[in-house]
Design a protein around this ligand. Structure first.
Ligand code: FAD
Ligand code: UDP
Length: 408
């Protein structure tokens, strides 16, 4: 295959309309061999490609089997002209100043504090569970943190060793809140009972004794002003970077000369499933545009105990876009389909470790991101990891395996 016939370059975006896939414009005069082949144009791949191109002067080919950049963070304008997230709601939040500083080179920000309500007992109640939640649910009048802490202590179940997602919830807020808000949502989302999932899953939405109704408590909460895809376009617009979309890396790896490989897809797939398939939970997304200006009171409404979907998101809350209509997405969890979530439980972690050992012995090859490191990482964590992997790539001698990812 002649790569110059198929490669595409990323031009500098100069047009705010993201329905035009600007990065997909063919150009002549391609680089025919590369220092680095990056598999995946999501956060992990794009950050590493950008750093290698701009800081290390490397010539980089980024490929993705999807027809667009930005991975799961991809957003675009739908038929009504509303900016939506194809793969479900993505809200940026972090405490890492370094990550904000890095991304701010490629975007301005629209401040946004995420809000979620859960439909329980016919009411819409704040998630994560907080003093506001229990006051509204039970008609209580807990006035301060101490009163709420005392209430939680009175209903909590003692757990000697917190191991699972059931443990971490019942040991803090007891069984009734667990049954109403967590058990069924989690069974629907993961196809597993919370008692079969690591505590880290529910640690993401720890209960609070205060009345903070924001979903995240991080110091920085904002959305890229022009959307994620626009931000990625700017990251990948470096002249040393070529992007090839709609291409599985297996079609390219043997025909495109490169010295280093960066892989951000599923790690089990990379090694031909030789230790068995790692489970990844999937989702089906149903997008709808409704002829009303507002569909619900906050960006996300969770349905722990009703319907086959877990939640419904109304995008205009996230983006701040004004429009006479509104677009929403429903998420239906699936066992099969595109891999979205690694499933955190001990047997999967031990299978992953076998793949990781192989990865650590593979010369000139680096693994990064949520699928390749089999970790339930948010976007800011992937950016932080990718910046560290970039450093590893620069520091690892040619012909050696990646050796310093163990601590990440
Ligand atoms: P991905 O974005 O998955 O990118 C990997 C890319 O590699 C994909 O585009 C894939 O097509 C490509 N690829 C894989 N295999 C191959 C191959 N063989 N050849 C070529 N290309 C290949 N994070 C937050 O911080 N806040 C949120 O609100 C949030 N909400 C989320 C909601 C949902 C429904 C999901 C699924 C995730 C959410 N996340 C959120 C997590 C966020 O999506 C990830 O942290 C981030 O996108 C991971 O980036 P990545 O580059 O590791 O992976
Ligand atoms: N969860 C729950 N009830 C809710 C919301 C979340 O039990 O109303 C659990 C569920 O297991 C979910 C996990 O908490 O997978 C983490 O929630 P988060 O909102 O972080 O999930 P994500 O946005 O990554 O899908």
């Amino acid at each position: 295959m002649n790569v110059s016939e198929v490669a595409v370059d990323v031009p500098v975006p100069d047009h705010p309309d993201q329905s035009i896939p600007l990065w997909n414009v063919p150009r002549v005069g391609f680089i025919r061999d590369y220092d680095v082949l990056v598999v995946g144009a999501g956060f992990a791949g794009a950050v590493i490609a950008e750093r290698l191109a701009s800081q290390a002067g490397k010539r980089v080919l980024v490929c993705d089997r999807r027809p667009h950049i930005a991975g799961n963070a991809y957003d675009h304008h739908d038929e009504a002209g509303i900016l939506v997230h194809k793969y479900g709601p993505h809200i940026f939040h972090t405490n890492a100043a370094r990550v904000v500083a890095y991304l701010s080179q490629f975007t301005e920000w629209h401040p946004y504090s995420h809000r979620v309500l859960a439909q329980v007992d016919g009411k819409l109640l704040p998630m994560p569970i907080s003093r506001a939640t229990v006051n509204e649910l039970y008609g209580l009048d807990l006035r301060d943190d101490e009163a709420c802490a005392a209430y939680f202590a009175s209903v909590a179940e003692p757990v000697s060793h917190v191991r699972t997602s059931e443990d971490i919830v019942v040991s803090k807020v007891g069984r009734d809140l667990y049954e109403k808000f967590v058990r069924n949502y989690t069974r629907k989302q993961w196809g597993l009972d919370p008692s079969e999932l690591d505590s880290s899953v529910l640690a993401r939405i720890a209960p609070r004794t205060n009345e903070d109704v924001r979903y995240f408590t991080d110091s920085f909460q904002a959305m890229p002003r022009d959307g994620f895809t626009a931000m990625f376009s700017r990251m990948l617009a470096h002249p040393n970077i070529t992007v090839r979309l709609g291409s599985d890396f297996r079609e390219l790896v043997d025909v495109v000369p490169h010295r280093t490989l960066v892989y951000t897809g599923p790690i089990d797939e990379f090694f031909g499933l030789r230790f068995g398939k790692l489970p990844y939970r999937s989702l089906e997304f149903r997008h709808e545009t409704l002829p009303v200006e507002r569909a619900q009171p906050v960006a996300v409404v969770n349905y722990p105990n009703d319907y086959d979907y877990t939640r419904r998101t109304e995008f205009k809350y996230l983006t701040g876009q004004a429009h006479p209509m509104t677009s929403v997405v429903y998420e239906f969890p699936r066992a099969e389909g595109d891999p979205y979530y690694p499933v955190p439980r001990p047997e999967n972690t031990s299978t992953y470790r076998k793949y990781k050992e192989l990865a650590d012995q593979t010369p000139d090859t680096f693994f990064a991101g949520r699928l390749a490191t089999y970790r339930y990482l948010d976007m800011h964590q992937v950016v932080g990891q990718a910046l560290a992997v970039f450093q590893d790539i620069v520091e690892t001698p040619v012909g050696q395996p990646a050796s310093s990812l163990v601590a990440r």
